[in-house]
Design a protein. Structure first.
Length: 401
């Protein structure tokens, strides 16, 4: 039965598992002969880069938009108008929104943003296995089921998430969401799907009341029936939910920092304000990229530390979740646009995409210090943990992305 909870009206005051679960996953991938990687979607380049999760070497990239002009040429007038509108709102072409590896490490699934579709690729040959257009005009964040059989993608302007069969790309179901669905995640045990919505980001902050419903939706992963919904006072940006399903850390639209919510009571229990940089403080909220002051959040393997990407502030900080103290901050050149954060499989590292720096920053949770900065393709956005079959590595493009 579905219920709605209203979460704190003000700013007062993919899930990361436990360390044991992360270690078990790492052992399993090694036993299967797979290589732990970070999958990086280079949004403007239309490619996906693969970074070795331990050595931080860029192993190469795969072009996932060779057919883009053909797809655009085949659009009907309505689809073409939608494509132009979304491209304008996004500030340019955003070809790759999200990407995940199959459990065997040989197939790549890609949510192709402005093309409004999802495609699967055989990494060894680079061949497109299937392509499915979504409803509406934009394909957004995606999540792969633990068994690799289902791919959940937000159909942003259609106000729903669609679920695809990874074998052939057929749509096997969908579920309703809040306004402009964004992030999707499977729960730690795979039983549920969480979808969060951001509202209409093209409207100014003064019209936040008109942006729609900012909603977290919990869905039964098997039946796709809505189990529970929560209403938020602001757009729900990158977020992580602890394995027990009770605690959620999230960035919120316009908030320079992040917040903690108790999902059992529906209350915002803590706000973690983060400092503005000089450049960030000089911006008006309506100049924030897609309403985001901070856009990128990850949890360490033991859930004790938060990695927060300061998008308008050009830094990433590791914060103690218990007392709110800052463990360490990595500062980037002005205009780098830190735009996503992902934890390594063992939960010891945080990978932050620098969208306008064409690189990925690697940060140690223990010290808050940067260990490496890895060049990738143009405008890296979403990153995901995965494991790749070493046999397909020679078939990747040797370029950074």
């Amino acid at each position: 039965m579905s219920g709605a909870l209203l979460l704190g009206a003000g700013l007062a005051g993919p899930p990361v598992g436990t360390a044991q679960a992360a270690q078990a996953a790492q052992v399993a991938s090694a036993a299967g002969g797979l290589r732990d990687v970070i999958v990086v979607g280079n949004s403007q380049a239309g490619t996906v880069s693969f970074i070795d999760a331990h050595t931080f070497a860029n192993l190469g990239s795969l072009n996932v938009t060779a057919d883009a002009q053909q797809v655009i040429a085949q659009m009907n007038p309505i689809q073409w108008a939608g494509f132009q509108t979304v491209t304008s709102v996004e500030g340019g072409n955003r070809w790759v929104d999200d990407a995940q590896l199959s459990p065997d490490g040989r197939t790549l699934y890609v949510s192709r943003g402005n093309l409004d579709d999802v495609a699967a690729y055989d990494i060894a040959t680079g061949r497109q296995l299937w392509r499915t257009r979504l409803d509406g005009f934009k394909a957004d964040h995606a999540a792969l089921s633990p068994d690799g059989t289902r791919y959940v993608v937000s159909a942003t302007t259609a106000q729903k998430a669609e679920v695809l069969d990874t074998a052939d790309g057929s749509v096997v179901g969908s579920f309703p969401t809040g306004t402009y669905p964004h992030q999707n995640d499977y729960s730690a045990d795979g039983r549920y799907i969480y979808n969060s919505s951001i509202g209409v980001t093209s409207l100014p902050q003064s019209l936040e009341w008109a942006k729609g419903t900012f909603q977290l939706t919990k869905v039964d992963a098997r039946t796709l029936q809505v189990v529970q919904t929560w209403l938020f006072p602001h757009g729900i940006r990158p977020n992580v939910i602890e394995p027990d399903g009770r605690t959620m850390f999230t960035d919120l639209s316009y908030l320079n920092g992040f917040a903690q919510f108790d999902l059992t009571t529906g209350r915002q229990v803590r706000t973690y304000p983060m400092p503005y940089s000089a450049a960030g403080a000089a911006l008006s909220p309506d100049s924030y990229p897609q309403n985001s002051a901070h856009h990128g959040l990850a949890l360490s393997g033991d859930d004790s530390r938060v990695c927060d990407a300061g998008t308008i502030d050009d830094y990433a900080s590791v914060v103690d979740a218990a007392d709110g103290s800052t463990v360490g901050t990595v500062t980037y050149p002005t205009g780098s646009l830190p735009y996503w954060a992902t934890s390594s499989a063992d939960g010891s590292l945080c990978f932050v995409s620098l969208s306008k720096g064409d690189a990925v920053s690697v940060i140690d949770y223990a010290t808050g210090k940067e260990l490496a900065r890895v060049p990738v393709g143009v405008f890296p956005q979403r990153e995901r943990t995965g494991a790749i079959d070493p046999a397909v590595l020679p078939d990747l493009s040797p370029s950074a992305g």
